[in-house]
Design a protein around this ligand. Structure first.
Ligand SMILES: [Zn+2]
Length: 462
């Protein structure tokens, strides 16, 4: 049993324009501070600085650099350290990916791998390698005859490959507040604003009081306040039971126990895509009309259209309402799955969880599936952590293309899988069974290439 982070939310009532304007200003400046930090400190030359945010803070105060943000100091300091820690996270994920690649690189000896891991472990060495600085070979390698030039170049090459673009925050509607920036009183949260010594009172729908760093999100004309709480996870008293799960053809989840969960997901998704389609068509029509009135110099009519028919607030509000319905359904389905299956471990593939009927435009599908995919994964991991269920990701290659009984390649057509030897079987059940079996596969791990997996599978049946 451990502890997990649970996000508790508080909501405000509708805000008046003045409050909204002030909060949006803070959110926007907060974003600007972060983006400045990203652009300035994401590079190789700043690696050494990442562990000294204090130094940057002091400098910004001393030379009055921070004045440009027009924010109380506590705000920009929070934004600064948030951005710095995001950059640090980015570097550690680069290193993690390099280590993974090094592990499966057959051209490297164990000593080579040891050297690379050693360099990655020490910021100072890593920095020197990346900036081509000459340095004496670390003591523990002095007796080895390794091709250091080649290895250092490999580290650089991998780093270039995995160093993504400089992070950039687009959202001006989110910022953090620490305990010095707010207080609760009379079912209000009072948030420090840009006017000296003043706080904005914001009426909340509940009387809860939290004491920690909170995240403020401006959603339309209301606030959502997110509070990360540390809670104890539940003890898992079930008998050992390991299940494989897959996205179903018609369902949200297909389980290796031959059960399915979330049979209504396609209906919800269909409704939502249809709605988005309609909204977009209508908006395009109003935009055309708006532009025509402008061309005709009819500003009154143009403005009427703009105010009455192109309102973003209403559009966002409807979208949030629909998203919320889908989210509830995903959570409900996950709860059912955990309640009925009583697993101690869930095995799954790292893939998109959503299936689509084909009649929707690509753009709409892409937009929806991105957040749903992320959301399902996040909730699944959260619920596993909370219920003390282990979860394992496996290599998904060919799990829907081979028979789970004899291993032959078969044909999948909608929800029927046909194996020439074993006959017909439910395709989702077959896939989830293969996913479960993959966990015990000694030859195929998460990093085995698609091609290699095929080779291995073909060899097994011949
Ligand atoms: Zn078969």
């Amino acid at each position: 049993m451990g502890t997990i982070i649970k996000t508790v939310k508080q909501y405000s009532y509708e805000l008046d324009n003045e409050h909204l304007k002030e909060l949006l200003f803070i959110g926007n400046q907060y974003k600007n501070v972060k983006n400045y930090v990203y652009s300035r400190f994401s590079g190789i030359n700043s690696i050494a600085l990442l562990n000294k945010p204090r130094q940057i803070r002091d400098e910004w105060v001393k030379n009055e650099f921070a004045k440009q943000w027009k924010l109380p100091a506590r705000y920009w300091k929070l934004a600064l350290s948030e951005a710095m820690s995001n950059i640090k996270t980015q570097w550690s994920s680069i290193k993690k990916r390099i280590k993974e690649q090094v592990r499966i690189n057959d051209n490297l000896s164990n000593e080579d791998k040891h050297y690379i891991n050693y360099i990655l472990k020490f910021e100072d060495f890593y920095h020197k390698v990346l900036t081509n600085e000459v340095f004496p070979i670390p003591k523990i390698f002095q007796h080895n005859d390794l091709n250091y030039k080649y290895l250092n170049n490999l580290i650089k090459r991998y780093t270039r490959k995995y160093k993504n673009k400089i992070p950039y925050s687009y959202k001006g509607n989110t910022f953090s507040i620490d305990e010095g920036l707010y207080s609760y009183k009379d079912s209000c949260i009072n948030i420090t604003c840009t006017k000296k010594g003043e706080r904005l009172p914001i009426k909340l729908t509940d009387n809860n009081k939290h004491i920690r760093t909170l995240i403020v999100k401006i959603m339309g004309n209301r606030l959502e306040i997110h509070c990360p709480l540390r809670i104890k996870s539940k003890e898992n008293r079930n008998d050992e039971k390991i299940i494989g799960i897959d996205k179903g053809y018609r369902y949200l989840f297909a389980v290796s126990s031959e059960k399915f969960y979330g049979e209504k997901s396609n209906d919800y998704l269909g409704k939502e895509t249809e709605r988005l389609n309609k909204v977009n068509t209508a908006r395009n029509r109003f935009w055309a009309l708006y532009n025509r009135y402008l061309e005709e110099n009819n500003h009154i009519k143009a403005n009427n259209i703009k105010e009455n028919n192109l309102g973003k607030v209403k559009y966002n509000h409807n979208k949030q309402k629909h998203d919320q319905i889908l989210k509830s359904y995903i959570n409900y389905s996950l709860n059912q799955l955990i309640k009925v299956e009583k697993p101690t471990e869930i095995v799954m593939e790292q893939l998109d969880f959503v299936n689509w009927k084909d009649r929707y435009p690509k753009l709409v599908k892409r937009r929806l599936s991105r957040w749903i995919k992320g959301y399902i994964r996040e909730r699944l991991e959260y619920k596993c952590d909370y219920n003390s269920i282990r979860y394992t990701y496996i290599n998904p290659a060919y799990t829907s293309k081979v028979c789970n009984i004899c291993g032959s390649f078969g044909i999948r057509k909608e929800d029927i899988f046909t194996c020439l030897k074993c006959g017909e079987i439910h395709a989702d059940y077959n896939a989830s069974k293969n996913i479960l079996n993959r966990k015990y596969d000694k030859e195929i791990d998460l990093y085995t290439s698609y091609r290699k997996v095929k080779e291995i599978l073909e060899k097994r049946i011949s």
